[in-house]
Design a protein around this ligand. Structure first.
Ligand code: SAH
Length: 355
């Protein structure tokens, strides 16, 4: 296993690394990393020799490869290269009152949703919790530099967070406990991995759950979101109900409107019924264009008609603001494969196993 990166170490591991330093030094470094979001070199309250040692033993997880800015500076996308050459993207969005960061949980994704650029590129590897947390730290620093405040974290970047549950959960804890973001400001988005939803429901921190639904009948969803074959809609609904019941958090459904595919009146009727039963909020977004998927997003008048059909049937619905389309930073467009990504070399134990 690769050496831990800066935010992969917990307080105990940090104390061990700083063996021989008094406890208050460990505390200073810990709060330097999490409260002040400081680089070791900038921790001017600790001795220079220690700053140097920290920079050495706690390397950054993310090396900046490219930055792209859109929407008049309100959307920033970063492409990072990780220690082993894998690449992931992070998107920061400024809104008038707050900023939101969209983080990746895996390099690539194994869920194979055909309309999603990350899905088209395939799976490279899971991220570690430190690689996830550091995306939040970088975004938070940038928000601060822009005179903003990072208030929300959404696990809606590359990858399926519930297929990388342990690292995702460790990151959630760190973001909550040490970076100080409230559980109601953290949202995990999933294709609908039912055991993961059940683990979330039982966890000790009630975070928001978003499910990428896109179809409310099994035949269509089997096609759009292949994991539906394993966890069909009825089973998914039970897990969602359990999450709502145990956490008290509002559930939301993501629905990328695809022209002529899932924007028909019968789709609205099925979705409205499914969402109403769970008192879920529906977020509509016209499908963003990706290279590997031929069908276009529903045009604006169709989006409005679909919204009205849902609202008329008593569903809670909003049309999501599209951000970052011009820099391929919009939903479903994240694909580090625009730059060739070194694939993980298979180890003997991996042979013959599907992604
Ligand atoms: N794997 C998780 C996290 C990724 S979130 C999940 O599926 O929820 C990315 C969101 O963008 C998901 O709701 C996904 O379905 C949606 N999405 C994917 N491709 C898209 C596209 N081309 N246009 C609009 N939304 C898309």
């Amino acid at each position: 296993m690769a050496a831990p990166t800066r935010y992969d170490v917990d307080r105990g591991a940090l104390a061990e690394l700083l063996d021989g330093q008094p406890r208050y030094r460990v505390d200073q470094v810990w709060s330097g990393l999490h409260e002040h979001l400081a680089e070791p070199a900038d921790m001017t309250n600790v001795p220079l020799a220690l700053r140097r040692r920290l920079a050495e033993v706690l390397p950054d997880a993310l090396a900046l490869t490219t930055e792209a800015v859109a929407d008049g500076g309100d959307t920033v996308k970063w492409l990072w290269t990780l220690g082993d050459g894998a690449q992931v993207e992070t998107v920061l969005m400024h809104y008038p009152q707050r900023s939101t960061v969209c983080v990746s949980s895996q390099a690539g994704c194994a869920m194979a949703c055909g309309f999603c650029a990350t899905g088209q590129a395939g799976f490279t590897r899971h991220l570690t919790s430190g690689e996830i947390v550091e995306q939040v730290v970088r975004a938070s620093r940038r928000a601060r530099a822009d005179g903003r405040r990072l208030a929300n974290v959404v696990f809606m970047g590359m990858g399926e967070p519930l297929a990388n549950f342990d690292a995702t959960w460790a990151a959630v804890r760190r973001i909550h406990d040490d970076l100080g973001l409230g559980a109601r400001h953290l949202t995990i988005s999933t294709v609908g991995i039912v055991p993961g939803i059940r683990r979330l429901a039982a966890a000790d921190l009630p975070v928001n759950l978003a499910v990428s639904l896109h179809a409310a009948d099994d035949a269509l969803r089997d096609e759009l979101v292949p994991i539906n074959r394993r966890y069909p809609l009825a089973v998914l609904a039970e897990a969602c109900a359990e999450h709502v019941e145990r956490t008290g958090r509002r559930l939301s459904f993501e629905w990328a409107l695809i022209d002529g595919v899932n924007d028909r009146p019968q789709d609205a009727a099925r979705l409205a019924a499914y969402a109403r039963d769970l008192r879920a909020h529906v977020n509509l977004i016209p499908l963003n264009p990706t290279p590997g998927y031929p069908t276009r997003g529903t045009p604006p008048e169709g989006v409005e008609r679909f919204r009205q059909e849902l609202a008329g049937r008593g569903a809670n619905v909003t049309v999501r603001d599209t951000r970052g389309t011009s820099i391929d930073a919009a939903c479903g467009q994240l694909a580090a494969a625009a730059v060739p990504t070194p694939r993980r070399r298979p180890r003997p134990a991996d042979e013959g196993r599907g992604g």
